[in-house]
Write a protein that binds this ligand. Structure first.
Ligand code: ATP
Ligand code: MG
Ligand code: MG
Ligand code: MG
Length: 469
């Protein structure tokens, strides 16, 4: 059986054989784009090549790109543990053409890899195209011999890519695998498309147009290709599994999680192990790329992921911090492909241990408060925003952690109430500061903080120093 490590190598080798330069993954913190929270796709590091602002000594490239989709525009955090196919951290395998080949060759290369190199049964593959892209339909028929009913025309943005209101954009074609009628779900475009029967494995973007401010579009002189396939999804398929979490790499992490918590990997706790395995990867890779838990920005996203994992470990009955004990298993699985993991191992372990030790001081009492609050609520009612805010402010529960905990019980949070409690807290902090006599015009600070969205600039940092957040 091919391991995920083998599959990554086969992918890269295939495209190198077809004239692509193997370019290393870029870091999770985009260097060339401060507007992005995290690198969420393979194309991020090549942005300037698509626009022609930059050229390099290659026009074809292939990568296995580290991606995080847990904040900003792309956020799959709430899917983790619930779908077979989503992670907060995953690897996007990609091939790219910068003004070199276009639709014909991109489709032929993808089809050749899937059906010849990987030997996937062509009858279980189907594709979507943008509804007006007759060119793509014709190529799929010619190259793959796909019948009409397995070329699905989609009119939504799912099949039209653009980075923003202006710039390069174009139609996409996506390749799906049918995991069979035992799994619930319908083909793309159908009412059951959210099920996991038909799993999207590969997205191929044809950068064909340039869009201008006035809404008009012209054909690009130099057309490009940007593709992305999730390693974990193609891995599941090639290992004969339906679920990404049943692949060799995830099994090793799930077994490590079961072992440090003394629980069964496949019993009722399985969902907790899945979340832990996923969050272990995203937190470790983020720390290796220089993010540390904090109360704002990227650091707060990291903290939220860590604390969610820690609550799941707690639910498994872990009496002491456990996340740091899983890092060796991760380094064992992925350290060769990503040497930064091994290099940062000590730092990752210390950061996890520090965070879990601190969070455990308030976790139990917070969960008790949450349980008591839910018992008192009428059937189906949402948790009052005040309570969610108290959990946040006093017990260090990020809002989404509270939501995650309530989701298991089929309940939500009054988020408006939470926001107004937060706003009131800020106003009080402001008043207290103004009254301290330390500065004549403290409002300058708050205006700066508000303008830059540093919502927890005051107060929370100082609470944190006392171990309360
Ligand atoms: P989905 O519709 O399943 O959420 P997507 O359309 O959001 O996927 P793309 O943005 O097209 O995904 O990314 C390209 C490929 O990366 C996908 O076809 C899939 O194989 C993989 N991928 C995307 N998001 C995730 C994720 N959260 N976890 C694992 N793999 C992912
Ligand atoms: Mg998605
Ligand atoms: Mg999709
Ligand atoms: Mg897609």
């Amino acid at each position: 059986m091919l391991s995920l490590n083998d599959i990554r190598s086969s992918f890269i080798d295939y495209f190198v054989k077809h004239g692509h330069a193997h370019v290393p993954s870029s870091p999770l913190i985009p260097r060339n784009d401060p507007t992005l929270m995290f690198t969420a796709a393979g194309m991020v590091q090549f942005k300037n090549l698509f626009t022609g602002v930059e050229t390099r000594d290659y026009t074809r490239a292939t990568t296995a790109q580290k991606c995080v989709r847990a904040g900003g525009k792309h956020n799959d955090l709430d899917n983790v543990g619930y779908t077979a196919r989503h992670h907060t951290f995953f690897e996007m395998l990609g091939n790219f053409s910068f003004g070199d080949y276009f639709k014909d060759e991109a489709i032929a290369l993808a089809w050749g890899l899937l059906t010849r190199e990987f030997g996937i049964d062509p009858d279980r593959l189907l594709v979507t195209v943008f509804h007006t892209d007759e060119e793509a339909v014709a190529i799929w028929k010619k190259v793959a011999g796909l019948p009409d009913e397995r070329i699905i025309r989609i009119a939504t943005d799912d099949n039209f890519w653009s980075a923003g209101p202006t710039g390069p954009c174009g139609p996409c074609t996506e390749i799906f695998f049918d995991h069979g009628p035992e799994v619930w779900g319908g083909p793309p475009g159908s009412p059951e498309e959210d099920g996991d029967r038909f799993i999207e494995i590969w997205n191929i973007v044809f950068m064909q147009y340039e869009q201008f401010e006035d809404g008009t579009r012209t054909e690009l002189k130099s057309k490009s290709i940007d593709t992305g396939m999730g390693l974990e999804r193609i891995g599941a398929l090639l290992q004969g599994k339906h679920d990404n979490y049943d692949t060799d790499l995830f099994r090793a992490l799930i077994e490590a999680s079961a072992s440090v918590t003394g629980t069964d990997p496949d019993g009722d706790g399985n969902v907790h192990h899945r979340v832990i395995a996923d969050h272990l990867r995203s937190t470790s890779f983020l720390i290796a790329d220089g993010v540390l838990p904090s109360s704002e920005g990227r650091g707060y996203v990291l903290r939220r992921i860590m604390r969610r994992a820690m609550r799941h470990a707690h639910l498994l009955g872990a009496a002491d911090p456990v996340m740091h004990r899983l890092v060796p298993a991760l380094v064992g699985q992925m350290g060769q492909a990503f040497p930064e993991l091994g290099q940062s191992q000590a730092m990752i372990e210390q950061t996890l241990l520090g965070e879990e030790t601190r969070f455990r001081q308030t976790l139990e009492r917070g969960l008790k408060l949450l349980d008591d609050a839910v018992i008192d609520l009428p059937e189906g009612a949402a948790l009052p925003g005040e309570t969610a805010f108290k959990l946040y402010d006093t017990f260090g529960f990020p809002l989404d952690l509270t939501q995650d905990a309530l989701r298991e019980r089929g309940r939500g949070v009054d988020t408006e109430g939470f926001d107004s409690a937060m706003a009131r807290q800020k106003a009080q902090a402001r008043a207290a500061w103004a009254g301290s006599g330390e500065t004549a015009d403290a409002s300058v600070w708050f205006d700066v903080a508000d303008k830059h969205g540093v919502t927890e600039f005051l107060g929370y940092d100082s609470l944190e120093a006392e171990g309360q957040v």
